[in-house]
Design a protein around this ligand. Structure first.
Ligand code: AMP
Ligand code: GLY
Length: 417
């Protein structure tokens, strides 16, 4: 199978790596890719939100599977363009990707499907904002209705800050605060049948102890030794199947990956958010653990269906990823600094580095080119070993001004003892 992956971050590096380990995959292309991906795939420079450009590239390289990484091409309708040309694609059509593209739409679908989630109000005016903040009380949760790369949400006790964020966004969703640990559950869907991946945990705040601003994610680990038994089955039953049914009822068949962000509250799992794509950086640890070759599974979501796939096989052990972020992330990150220590980190047993925001400097050196620069992955027999290796490898990376959280998977490891 010839595969084309769209995107150029750590999630896409993980997808390309998983495809490269699949004996059924004969060649891999990526657009735009990054320096790390170029070691495994041929990179192409195109505008990945342009359906025509993507379809032309896919046809030229005779792609039998196009995997869409980021949300922007999905929301722009790139999957629709590929399907129209009969090219198998992993990712929902534009209409279905609206589940991520609009938080208000996601809430509407959840309500219609009876999916447990936070009570919420869609607000446009200062008066509506003020009423909703009063109704739900603090901590305040204010979400930009549209796409914002994980930075559109403010959770705070400061009412003035909550009001300012609402003013700056225009249309917002204001909702009740959900207490409890967060879990990311990714589900493959062919529109009718759904297959869950193993749950992971992401760390959204920039600094240790869940302090600082929200980010796209600063680290992740899988599996979750503390997850309640039956959690995945419960979420499939109460969230995933009703949502897929409701999307079908609306004529928006949902194929690809449904990202279910959950809070495990005292009243049970509640949906915090839906995304229409693999999460970043959770994918980096989840795919590390996947033993089933990935190519045919992703392709089946658009061709033969998932019913014939059976269940997925997982490797024993655990994986932890630590995001090395550029100075000033998640604000305006400093770019263009040389990165050292990549070879040393990659040479470590049970560790490797995925590129997230990097670019070539000449033909052999690599420089920073984004907010989240690298994902250092550690693997091991258990979470403790995986975590130790991830941090050991991360300590070998040299990037001026960069930072990383030091508490990824810390609590989960402590609870193992
Ligand atoms: P979202 O983009 O909707 O996932 O929000 C980003 C992050 O904000 C989530 O991962 C949570 O950490 C936090 N968050 C969002 N909604 C809520 C909520 N209702 N209660 C508590 N935290 C929330
Ligand atoms: N890690 C969170 C996300 O991908 O949205």
């Amino acid at each position: 199978m010839k595969a084309l992956v769209l995107g150029g971050g750590g999630r896409e590096h993980a997808l390309v790596r998983a495809l490269s380990l699949d004996p059924g995959v004969t060649s891999i292309h990526c657009a735009p890719g990054n320096p790390g991906i170029s070691e495994l795939a041929e990179n192409h420079v195109i505008n990945v939100t342009d359906g025509l450009a993507v379809t032309e590239l896919a046809a030229r390289i005779r792609a039998e599977l196009v995997v869409i990484g980021p949300e922007a091409p999905l929301v722009a309708g790139v999957a629709d363009a590929l399907r129209e040309r009969g090219i198998p694609v992993f990712g929902p059509d534009k209409a279905a990707a609206h589940l991520e593209g609009s938080k208000a739409f996601a809430k509407e679908v959840m309500e219609a499907a009876g999916v447990p989630t936070a009570r919420a109000r869609v607000c446009r005016t200062a008066g509506q904002v003020s009423d909703a903040l009063k109704e739900f009380g603090s901590p305040y949760v204010v979400k930009n209705d549209g796409l914002a790369s994980g930075k559109g949400v403010v959770v705070c006790d400061d009412r003035a800050l909550a009001e300012r964020h609402a003013r700056e966004c225009g249309r917002v969703v204001i909702e009740e605060f959900l207490d409890g640990p967060e879990v990311s559950l990714f589900v493959l869907s062919d529109g009718v049948h759904a297959l869950p991946l193993i749950p992971a945990q992401d760390f959204k705040r920039a600094y240790d102890g869940d302090q600082g601003p929200n980010t796209g994610g600063m680290g992740a680990y899988a599996p979750l030794p503390w997850a309640p038994t039956g959690m995945v089955d419960e979420v499939m039953e109460t969230v995933v199947r009703p949502t897929l049914r409701e999307m079908n009822r609306r004529g928006k068949r949902y194929q690809g990956l449904l990202y279910v962000g959950l809070a495990l509250t005292s009243q049970g799992p509640r949906v915090v958010e839906f995304n229409a794509r693999f999460g970043d950086p959770e994918t980096q640890v989840i795919l590390d653990r996947l033993a089933t070759p990935i190519g045919a599974v992703l392709q089946a979501t658009d061709t033969s269906g998932l019913k014939g796939i059976g269940s997925l096989q997982w490797k024993k052990g655990a994986a932890v990823t630590v995001v090395v972020a550029a100075e000033n992330y998640p604000g305006d990150p400093v770019k263009g600094d040389l990165i050292g220590g990549l070879d040393a980190a990659n040479a470590m047993e049970g560790a490797y580095v995925l590129h997230a925001g990097t670019a070539w400097e000449g033909t052999s050196a690599v420089r920073s080119n984004g907010g989240r620069v690298l994902n250092v992955v550690g693997t091991g027999a258990d979470l403790r070993q995986a975590r130790e290796r991830a941090y050991q490898a991360a300590s070998l990376i040299e990037l001026r001004g960069s930072f990383h959280r030091t508490d990824i998977a810390e609590r989960a490891v402590a609870e193992l003892a």
